[in-house]
Design a protein. Structure first.
Lengths: 124, 124
């Protein structure tokens, strides 16, 4: 992968391996990419916390990699994953992309309910 | 959208509105986002050429926006689109993500054939 192009990072599209739903977008540096391939579980690089982290390390909601696709320029990747716990978003929704931008500019929620209560999951 | 977080840009996941296939990842600045919403056709910001461009302006293979989803942090978006011409990748493949990264590290092509011949499309 070409990590040089974007400050050492590559954006990852994380997609449910069965439904094709896009669950989140996050960034991997070289180390996160290697750890993800070695362990079969999604690891990311947090720009705000400046550290490597494994998705689910607090919540238990890990992401198991089923397939990795790379783009024509080798500067982005799609990870098809199985989401343990059923929800990828820290808000408790299945997908981080649970809001639609309407032509009016309004945001409407597209999911009917949260999968988990973040107050319970992240207080443990 | 929060354009401040990543050097004025927001990554866009471009997804076929019918199949859910991820076709490409590209970046929008504020102007590209506004032009996309106004026209209903995908506009991007090219970091290498330092300019706004409309997908399909050379090839005619424009992308018609069907739905826009935004993520929990408002720093990424999913655009569900109809791909005119059937292929999003400048190589002629349907998707930019037409290669699988195998556990061995090898890249294998996942699409059976190119949709168009880039030498023909881009020489016109």
């Amino acid at each position: 992968m070409d990590f040089a192009k974007f400050h050492g990072l590559v954006p990852a599209v994380v997609q449910d391996h069965q439904t094709g739903e896009v669950l989140m977008v996050a960034y991997l540096n070289r180390e996160a990419f290697e750890r993800t391939r070695e362990t079969g579980r999604m690891h990311y690089y947090s720009r705000s916390r400046n550290k490597l982290w494994m998705k689910g390390e607090t919540s238990g909601h890990v992401q198991e990699v089923q397939e990795i696709l790379v783009d024509c320029d080798l500067d982005a990747a799609v990870f098809k994953i199985r989401q343990v716990g059923g929800a990828a978003c820290h808000t408790g929704y299945r997908s981080c992309f649970h809001r639609r931008l309407e032509p009016s500019g309004e945001l409407t929620i597209t999911e009917t309910a949260k999968v988990f209560d973040p107050a319970q999951v992240y207080s443990q």
